[in-house]
Design a protein around this ligand. Structure first.
Ligand code: GLU
Length: 305
């Protein structure tokens, strides 16, 4: 099976930026006869808003963005993530890390490490030291990345080559939940995802995710997945669109008398595609023709009411 996916965090209503990315996921998947899967990235219980997953689904469907197969919830997949880490452990590629966020920030950065990269503090702790530290705080689990593997790159259909430096990323957080990078890679692989379309703010994650996918499943990082990182929607100040930028969710727009069809048309127009049913837009859709720059949302672009 060949599939694309849309993977929102159920942390509130989707705004026009999220909806535009979802629409693109639908178009890009369908254009090449892929299925489209919906996955809720709800591992961060503190960010999950009760009922928002269902609202997101209803909003997507009201734009005719439909999905194949069963919806997947990351919060129900702990065992699957743990099994993946167990495999890496057997290869000696996992170590316990006791650092707090603050300690990581304060630690001297390794030369050439990208900002925020883990400096490797807990990499070589003795068994005795680990035992002592475990009594103070539960460990997170990190990936041991050999120095020669640090530089990775992927090919993106919109951005071209994306280079990245892979640090000893967290696999399992110290509260026992799978970290974002691990969950994404495991889920994408096990559900047959071979097209990853998402906002270009996540482009820098692609090299490390491709690397992890190769380690876990042996698929060559460069050829297993097609990446499409799409430009974000901006507000009139040139910043990434957010909920505080006025009427930006379907519910808010509806309150102003703007229904889902008008929103769909606005989004299609922003992509240079014909307005109307999605099937029609699909006929005109070509990845190569997509706008390469961000789209600025202006309320004046909305149809008169
Ligand atoms: N859950 C992420 C988000 O809502 C998307 C992660 C991904 O597509 O890899 O931004």
């Amino acid at each position: 099976m060949s599939a694309g996916r849309y993977a929102p965090s159920p942390s509130g209503d989707l705004h026009l930026g999220n909806l535009r990315t979802a629409l693109l996921s639908w178009l890009a998947a369908r254009a090449e006869d892929r299925q489209l899967l919906l996955r809720y990235e709800d591992l961060d219980a503190g960010r999950t808003v009760q009922g928002s997953a269902e609202r997101q689904r209803v909003d997507l469907e009201s734009l005719s963005i439909t999905f194949d197969a069963e919806v997947l919830w990351q919060s129900q997949r702990h065992q699957i993530y743990d099994d993946a880490v167990a495999g890496l452990r057997l290869q000696g590629l996992v170590y316990e890390c006791f650092c707090t966020r603050r300690e990581i920030q304060e630690a001297a950065r390794a030369p050439h490490a990208p900002p925020g990269a883990y400096p490797g503090t807990c990499r070589e702790l003795s068994e005795q030291e680990r035992g002592r530290r475990r009594e103070q705080r539960p460990p997170a689990l990190r990936l041991r990345v050999p120095d020669e593997d640090r530089d990775q790159s992927v090919e993106d259909r919109l951005l071209g080559r994306v280079d990245g430096v892979v640090d000893d990323l967290v696999l399992i957080r110290n509260d026992g939940t799978a970290a974002y990078n691990l969950a994404v890679v495991v889920d994408d692989h096990l559900t047959g995802v071979d097209q990853v379309l998402r906002g270009d703010d996540l482009a820098s994650s692609a090299p490390r995710q491709a690397y992890l996918r190769q380690l876990l499943y042996g698929v060559p990082a460069r050829s297993a997945v097609e990446y499409l990182h799409v430009p974000l929607v901006l507000n009139t100040e040139g910043k990434r669109l957010a909920k505080r930028d006025g009427a930006v969710t379907l519910a808010q727009l509806q309150e102003q008398g703007i229904g889902p069809e008008a929103v769909r048309d606005l989004l299609l127009d922003s992509l240079g595609l014909p307005q109307g049913p999605l099937e029609q837009a699909l006929d005109a859709f070509a990845v190569e023709d997509l706008p390469r720059g961000p789209w600025t949302f202006q309320e004046t672009a909305l149809p008169p009411r």
